[in-house]
Write a protein that binds this ligand. Structure first.
Ligand SMILES: [Ca+2]
Ligand SMILES: [Ca+2]
Ligand SMILES: [Ca+2]
Length: 680
């Protein structure tokens, strides 16, 4: 249960409801138009305590609170003050989640999730990018296993501007935190505090003794090079522009005042440093700021002695235009990827080593696997019988990437052949002049003929290129190497991306889907090959070594059905696009169908169907549909005539808007003449 005494000191400068912007609430007299979902646990408004909470006095798993309709044509910052009180230490404890529910979308986008229990309130700051679409904020409390869990929200405040901006006039300090150090720390100065260390007569915002600022001084410094850090809220949306702030620096012996960016893998980049000039009054600092992936701004002061002096800081602000006259378009990581469907994109080869990688595709069949993108498309192949010679090396160069940015490179590879495969494919980083070459990845022996995902994080100080190198040492040490779906994103691969809404890879669970049994056959979640030979996939579509859903034909009888049904999805106006991958390999394969079931309607509208064996590959299915009422999507597999009838699905993705591509026509009259038949 919540301890109410902890709420003391929670005066957030929000006197007078008239000041509140739409979507903001202090939960004093009302919930400000926030409504709870009666299908779940009730929230309780504690007007005297100024908070709203949910606890486990009722049976239930979660509670949902959604805002009135909101608009944010300007960039804004949502600040949420909350507390999770629980003794739950299980791997899946109580959580508070914040979702963005945008008009026209069937799925809510997770903006933020917290699970750390605490004895006092905490603050979360979340940037909301500008949009013309109507939206709601949806808070979801997940109660976990502990029977005494309580989740409370004290305040939601939406302000225009960026979360890294702060004038330090409110005591939540905009989510800025001091990193505790025994001897030197950032403190709030000014206002009514009037303590002996609060040395400045006036702050910058109000130019008054009542205004507030942050300061750090050297009085308690004991060691050489002691450091105080003030850390901003983490950016969650890409931002670039001009960061400015006011500071005063009084220096008796050397002080170093530095501003860093720190990414989620802990890498620091210095963006600003004081020169040694004294600043008797508030001085303006302006610095170009570029955070294409989540980062924190760190204001760091290093002292060398107790007589160092002090630094004060106020009015941190941000403008989306660079301070300097910087031109040029920002780097777009999409230009460094390729699915090889049209051409090599921005990749190229040098032919000094002989023919390198060939762009190929195979007819959809049950003997040769297709590409990774759709199962029907193109990929690159090296070490074919045309290219493989002892000591043969094929190099595929990517476009030049800027230095000093963290990247995540992902690609899919597949190996074919009978011999030793390790080392036949490697990834190098070439510095621009190709003088420095560094191997960052090399293939180990892996399952043959399975598209397997590789993931590499890297960051280099200089501009560089990614180079895929295929290698054929000798006839006995050489195999076919296939490459597809190369993609590059900003930030490290490990920086846990919030899951995409409407995406289901089946890696953790069955997502929005559940079985509908009633004496029917069932879908199973599995990784690796299925038990019966000559049917079923050898690996999943997501990574090659992950999970997929399938029907095990040997547990079912001819004509038996298995249903996988989504939960109720939000109806919207306009078209929706459903993408998924299906695997129908096996001489006795039955049917796979997809249905749309609208709420309050018994009819299951057929959207898509395939009958019989299709390919040894995962193939992509695309479905466009519309439903303005809530609806469910049903995947139905029917077992075929024999046990070679395992049917599998993976990588389901729901997206708002029409499908951008059309599905490859299933029984086309022929393939393009440029078709490159593989020889191996
Ligand atoms: Ca101030
Ligand atoms: Ca492809
Ligand atoms: Ca999967």
């Amino acid at each position: 249960m919540l301890r109410l005494c902890l709420l003391a000191g929670l005066a957030l400068g929000l006197a007078g409801a008239a000041l509140l912007s739409p979507g903001s609430c202090t939960f004093e007299d009302s919930a400000c138009g926030y409504q709870w979902d009666y299908a779940h646990l009730p929230w309780t408004l504690h007007g005297e305590g100024h908070y709203i909470s949910v606890d486990t006095s009722y049976e239930g798993e979660k509670a949902v609170l959604s805002s009135p309709d909101l608009y944010s044509e300007e960039w804004s910052c949502v600040r949420l003050i909350y507390q999770i009180a629980t003794s739950d230490t299980s791997p899946d404890p109580a959580r508070l989640n914040l979702y963005l529910r945008q008009e026209g979308e069937s799925f809510d986008r997770l903006l933020w999730s917290a699970k750390e229990p605490s004895d006092s309130w905490l603050i979360a700051s979340l940037d909301l990018t500008n949009s013309t679409k109507k939206y709601k904020l949806v808070l979801e409390g997940e109660m976990g296993q502990d029977k005494s869990t309580s989740i409370a929200v004290f305040e939601i405040k939406i302000t225009s501007g960026y979360c890294i901006e702060c004038d330090f006039e409110e005591n939540h300090l905009c989510g800025y935190v001091n990193r505790w150090n025994p001897n030197v720390n950032w403190f709030v100065g000014g206002g009514n505090i009037r303590n002996s260390q609060s040395i400045l007569p006036k702050d910058h915002t109000l130019n008054s003794a009542l205004g507030h600022y942050m300061y750090v001084d050297s009085v308690y410094v004991k060691h050489f090079q002691e450091v105080a850090q003030l850390i901003s809220p983490k950016t969650i949306a890409p931002v670039s522009g001009c960061l400015s702030f006011y500071y005063q620096l009084k220096q008796e012996s050397s002080i170093v005042f530095t501003v860093y960016l720190r990414d989620m893998s802990g890498f620091y980049e210095e963006i600003w440093k004081t020169d040694n000039a004294l600043n008797a009054d508030w001085a303006l600092a302006e610095v170009d700021f570029n955070a294409p992936y989540p980062m924190e701004v760190i204001f760091e002061v290093a002292f060398n002695s107790a007589k160092g002096g002090y630094v004060a800081l106020d009015d941190i602000s941000f403008s989306p235009v660079y301070c300097s006259n910087r031109t040029g378009t920002p780097f777009n990581p999409a230009n460094a990827g390729c699915n090889f469907e049209e051409d090599l994109c921005n990749f190229y080869q040098d032919h000094k080593d002989g023919p390198g990688w060939s762009r190929v595709k195979v007819k959809r069949n049950v003997y040769r696997a297709g590409d990774h993108t759709t199962g029907f498309g193109y990929y690159l192949l090296a070490n074919t019988k045309f290219t493989s010679q002892p000591e043969y090396v094929g190099r595929l160069y990517g476009p030049t990437l800027p230095g000093n940015l963290q990247f995540c490179l992902r690609f899919y590879y597949a190996l074919y052949g009978f011999f030793k495969m390790s080392g036949t494919l490697a990834v190098y980083i070439f510095e621009e002049n190709h003088v420095v070459q560094e191997k960052i990845w090399s293939v180990l022996d892996s399952p043959k003929g399975v598209w397997t995902q590789a993931e590499i994080s890297f960051k280099k100080p200089m501009p560089c290129k990614v180079v895929f190198v295929s290698w054929c040492k000798s006839f006995w040490d050489c195999g076919l190497v296939a490459l597809d779906d190369v993609s590059l994103s900003l930030g490290s691969c490990q920086a846990a991306d919030l899951p995409s809404p409407g995406e289901c890879t089946f890696e953790k669970d069955e997502c929005v889907f559940t079985q509908k049994k009633k004496g029917r056959g069932s879908w199973h979640r599995r990784r690796g090959p299925t038990p019966t030979s000559y049917t079923g996939p050898r690996g999943d579509h997501t990574t090659g070594v992950g999970y997929y859903m399938y029907i095990e034909a040997s547990n079912m009888v001819y004509g038996q059905r298995a249903y996988l049904v989504s939960r109720s999805l939000r109806g919207t106006s306009g078209k929706q696009c459903l993408t998924f991958f299906y695997h129908m390999y096996g001489a006795g394969t039955g049917l796979l169908s997809v249905y749309l079931k609208k709420e309050g309607d018994d009819e299951e509208i057929p959207l898509w169907r395939r009958t019989g064996e299709q390919s040894i590959s995962w193939l992509r299915g695309l479905i466009e549909y519309e439903s303005d009422t809530n609806y469910q999507i049903i995947f139905e597999a029917i077992r075929g005539v024999s046990i070679r009838s395992d049917t599998a699905i993976d990588d389901i993705l729901f997206q708002a808007g029409p499908c951008l591509e059309v599905e490859e026509i299933q029984f086309s009259s022929g393939y393009p003449d440029i078709l490159n038949e593989i020889e191996y």
